[in-house]
Ligand binder design. Structure first.
Ligand code: ZN
Length: 117
């Protein structure tokens, strides 16, 4: 029972990550192409197209990197042990740990600590 729930949480997390990854790539691509089109067509040989186009090109390269950095960032969790109340500090990248106070095995799910059976 508990194992099934763990699998669900893992699958959802992976799905969100994959979705955010392709989403940030798509945004970058759209900005990059828009910048390319504007700098090649709108200016018509003048620098107006470059003034608008180059910032879009740069944004298309930088924005996906910022979004991905956010994606891979892990949240810090600071919660008391559900059994003995000892304050436990960990990150949501951790799936399971042992309480330093009472040696209970603790599962981490949705940034909350659950006592493992
Ligand atoms: Zn404990």
């Amino acid at each position: 029972m508990a194992e099934n729930q763990d699998e669900h949480a893992g699958a959802r997390r992976t799905f969100d990550g994959a979705y955010g990854f392709s989403f940030s790539i798509a945004i970058g691509l759209v900005l990059f192409i828009a910048g390319l089109i504007i700098s090649l067509t709108l200016g018509g040989g003048t620098s107006i197209g470059l003034i608008f186009g180059i910032p879009l090109l740069v944004a298309g390269l930088i924005i996906p990197i910022f979004m991905m950095r956010d994606l891979f960032k892990t949240n810090e969790i600071k919660e008391p042990c559900p059994k003995c109340g000892e304050m436990i500090k960990t990150s949501d990248a951790t799936l399971q740990l042992k309480c330093p106070g009472c040696q209970s095995v603790i599962n981490i799910r949705d940034e909350k600590l659950f006592l493992a059976e």
